[in-house]
Design a protein around this ligand. Structure first.
Ligand code: CP
Ligand code: NVA
Length: 307
């Protein structure tokens, strides 16, 4: 694994290895076992969009592993004044050991990897959010004991989070169903990748406009905001379009008994999910948020301290 940009470049075996390492790191942290695997290493974190979880979990993760992280607001570095991604990549490669970037255009992340000489981690683009999907699988396995054979239903906008989940679930042999209104389904290349992986694993990929079809028999219900960063101007139209996809108690009742609820956060109660669900017994959202830390520490170790 050279970069962590797009799950299509990660094999099922690499994914399982990351999940096992993340579990180990979590257990070690809780038991007070610390190690300095990344002593002397510096992660640059470029943010062109807001973040709570990604920023803090990467920064804390680097510190726990004995390294350090630099927060680089894209507007504060020369990138924000028009210095090219290619030049930025070549310069930062001389100072840093890895870069995590959260931005709009996925191509910018690919360009960083193409022009730089250090590992690049995708901390969310308009296209995908692979770190989130890894932490999601970790959370599902923690609560359900397994991944293969489970069904995850994602309801709402076929956005960056949904794209990465499709790819992640398909790689580990989970059935994955995305219910979204016409025109708001997942990215075609992510769908194709998920279908290819699911065929290898013997699992299913379902794309539908019918939320009940997706939720039926699901072990995991998942939703995300209807208005992603950069789409604020479309809010009224989106809220109207997605209302039938809200995860509420009636939607939870369509899933299997014992189904869990996940949301990458930040959440908007009363829109994509009701308070009764997100604050209810099926919700594991804060374990999910915590697991960003452990999953990303696993990614950092595999990229920066390969065996
Ligand atoms: N889920 C997630 O990536 O959260 P932040 O936007 O707070 O980083
Ligand atoms: N889909 C959301 C995820 C936030 C973590 C967004 O892109 O804003």
């Amino acid at each position: 694994m050279k970069h962590f940009i797009d799950l299509k470049d990660i094999t099922a075996a690499e994914m399982m290895d990351l999940l096992d390492l993340a579990d180990q790191l979590k257990a070690d942290l809780k038991a007070g076992r610390r190690y300095d695997l990344l002593r002397g290493k510096t992660l640059g974190m470029i943010f062109a969009k807001s973040s709570t979880r990604t920023r803090i979990s990467f920064e804390v993760g680097m510190a726990q592993l004995g390294g350090q992280a630099l927060y680089l607001n894209a507007q504060d570095i020369q990138l924000g004044r028009g210095e090219s991604v290619a030049d930025t990549a070549r310069v930062l490669s001389r100072f840093l050991d890895a870069i995590m970037i959260r931005t709009y255009a996925h191509q910018d992340v690919l360009d960083l990897a193409a022009y730089g000489t250090i590992p690049i981690i995708n901390g969310l683009t308009d296209l995908m959010h692979p770190c989130q999907a890894l932490a999601d699988l970790m959370t599902i396995r923690e609560h359900k004991g397994t991944l293969k054979g489970l069904k995850l239903a994602y309801l709402g906008d076929g956005n960056n989070v949904a794209n990465a989940l499709l790819q992640a679930c398909a790689r580990v042999g989970m059935d994955v169903a995305v219910a979204a209104p016409e025109g708001y389904t997942c990215d075609p290349a992510c769908i194709a990748d998920a279908r290819e992986q699911a065929a290898l694993q013997g699992s299913q990929v379902i794309l539908t406009e019918d939320p009940a079809e997706a939720a039926s028999q699901a072990d995991v219900l998942y939703t995300d905001t209807w208005v992603s960063m950069g789409q604020e101007g479309e809010k009224a139209e989106r809220v109207a379009r997605f209302s039938a996809y809200q995860v509420n108690e009636a939607m939870m009742a369509m899933a299997r008994p014992g189904a869990i609820f996940l949301h990458c956060l930040p959440a908007y109660r009363g829109l994509e999910v009701t308070s009764a669900v997100i604050d209810g017994p099926a919700s594991v959202i804060f374990d999910e948020a915590e697991n960003r830390l452990h999953a990303q520490k696993a990614i950092l170790i595999r990229l920066l301290n390969p065996q």
